[in-house]
Design a protein. Sequence first.
Length: 134
Amino acid sequence: SSDVCSSDLGGDLSIVAYAPIDRLKRTSAAVQAIHVGVRLNAVQIGEFSIADANVREYRFKDPLRMSSGLSGITVTLQPDVIWHGRDLDPGSLDDRDLSFALFSIGFAANEGRLAASCEPKVAAWADSTVQRRR
């Protein structure tokens, strides 16, 4: 999904996400966490791990500090675990590929800059790409 930001981009990248890890751990001993790779404009900047069933904020320290003159930013989130509704409820007819819920993503205020936080148009449960523009 994508959206347009009206503020200047800069500061820490803030991602707020959730996954039902407690329920997934009960159904599969192999799942202890969901590791999510984070890319900005196709460059890997790190990853975060969802290891409990709480909504949490994950921050990446000023990932744009080395970039200037960008006309747009593409943030790609790539989880290492995909699951289906039937994994948690055998009677489920939900065949969608699921992973985590993305509550918000944006650039937090940092060192006197204004925050640039845009909500994606659709909450993401699987591989998510959110594009940001100045």
